[in-house]
Design a protein around this ligand. Structure first.
Ligand code: AMP
Length: 415
């Protein structure tokens, strides 16, 4: 199988790493990729938002499967362009990706499907926003309606700050605050059959102890020893399957990866958000534990044959990933600094480095090229071992001004 992956972050590096280890994959390509992906795939400098170019590249390569990683190309309709060229693609249509592209659309689908989520109002004026904030009270949750790379959500008890965020967005969703721990549960679907993966938890805030601003994600781990038994079955029955069925019923069939961000509240499980693609950084830990070769699973989604797939096989151990971000992330990330110690970090074979924002210079040195730079990943018999290995590898890497959280998976590992 010849596979083309679209994207260039640590999620795509994780996808490419798993695909490169799948014996059925004979050729692996990625556009645009990054310095790490270039070590396992042939990279192509193609604009990931240009559906016509991506479809042409897939045809030129004779790709049997195209895997679209990030949300922006999905919302831009890149999967539609590839599908129109007659090539199987893992990822939803632009219309179905509105599940992530518009929080208001997602709320409407959830209402139609009877999926439990926070009560909410869609607001377009300061007066509407003020009224909605007062209806729910503090802490306030204000979400930009459109795509914002995980940074469009403000949760605050400061009413003025909540109003200011609402005023800075064209359209916002204001909703009730959900307490309780968060879980990310991914499912692979072909539009009818839904196959849940293993749950993971990510860390969205920039600083230790969940302080600081929201980011794209600073680390993740899987499994969740503290999660209630039966959680995956419950979410499949009350969230994932009803949502997939509702989208099919509306004529916007959803195939690809359905990501449910959940809050386990005192009043039951609630959906915080849906994403239309693999989450970053949770993908790094979920794929680290998946034993079933990946390409066949993604192809079954793309070709509508998931019901024929054998049950997925999983590593019984644990995985932890720690994100190394550049100085100034998320507000104003500094780029262009050399990264040292990458080989040393992997030397003892217990951890590996997935690249996010990196590029190679003329001399083959790896430079930082984005806010999140690396996703250092390790597996182990349990979370404590995986965590120790990931952090030992992080310590061997140097990046000027680089920052990482020191408490990824700490509570879960020591509970
Ligand atoms: P989202 O982009 O919708 O996932 O929101 C980003 C983060 O904001 C979530 O992971 C939560 O930590 C937080 N958040 C979003 N919605 C709520 C809510 N209704 N109640 C509490 N926290 C929330």
């Amino acid at each position: 199988m010849k596979v083309l992956v679209i994207g260039g972050g640590a999620r795509e590096h994780a996808l490419c790493r798993s695909l490169s280890q799948d014996p059925s994959v004979t050729e692996l390509h990625c556009a645009p990729g990054n310095a790490g992906i270039a070590q396992v795939a042939t990279v192509h400098p193609v604009d990931q938002l240009d559906g016509a170019r991506v479809a042409d590249l897939a045809a030129e390569l004779g790709a049997d499967l195209v895997v679209v990683g990030p949300e922006a190309p999905l919302v831009a309709g890149v999967a539609d362009a590839v599908r129109a060229a007659g090539i199987p693609v893992f990822g939803p249509s632009g219309a179905a990706a509105q599940l992530e592209g518009s929080k208001a659309f997602a709320k409407d689908v959830m209402a139609g499907a009877g999926v439990p989520t926070a009560r909410s109002y869609v607001c377009t004026t300061p007066e509407e926003a003020a009224e909605a904030l007062d209806a729910f009270g503090a802490p306030y949750v204000v979400k930009d309606d459109g795509l914002a790379a995980g940074k469009g959500v403000v949760v605050t008890s400061d009413r003025a700050a909540a109003l200011a965020h609402a005023a800075s967005c064209e359209r916002v969703v204001i909703e009730e605050y959900l307490d309780g721990p968060e879980v990310s549960l991914f499912a692979i679907t072909d539009g009818t059959t839904v196959l849940p993966l293993q749950p993971a938890q990510d860390f969205k805030r920039a600083l230790d102890g969940d302080e600081g601003p929201n980011t794209g994600g600073m680390g993740a781990y899987s499994p969740l020893p503290w999660a209630p038994a039966g959680l995956v079955r419950e979410v499949l029955d009350t969230v994932l399957q009803p949502t997939v069925d509702e989208l099919r019923r509306r004529g916007t069939e959803f195939s690809g990866l359905l990501y449910a961000g959940l809050a386990l509240t005192s009043r039951g499980t609630r959906v915080i958000e849906f994403n239309a693609r693999f989450g970053d950084p949770e993908t790094q830990v979920v794929l680290a534990r998946l034993r079933t070769p990946l390409a066949g699973v993604l192809l079954a989604s793309a070709t509508g044959t998931l019901d024929q797939l054998e049950p997925l096989r999983w590593d019984e151990g644990a995985a932890v990933t720690v994100v190394v971000a550049s100085e100034g992330y998320p507000a104003a990330p500094r780029t262009g600094d050399p990264i040292e110690g990458l080989a040393e970090a992997e030397a003892d074979g217990t951890a590996y480095v997935l690249h996010a924002g990196t590029k190679a210079d003329q001399d083959g040195r790896v430079l930082s090229a984005g806010g999140r730079v690396l996703s250092v990943t390790a597996t182990g018999a349990d979370l404590a071992e995986a965590r120790d290995r990931a952090y030992a590898a992080v310590e061997r890497i140097s990046l000027k001004g680089g920052q990482h959280r020191t408490d990824i998976a700490l509570k879960a590992a020591t509970a």
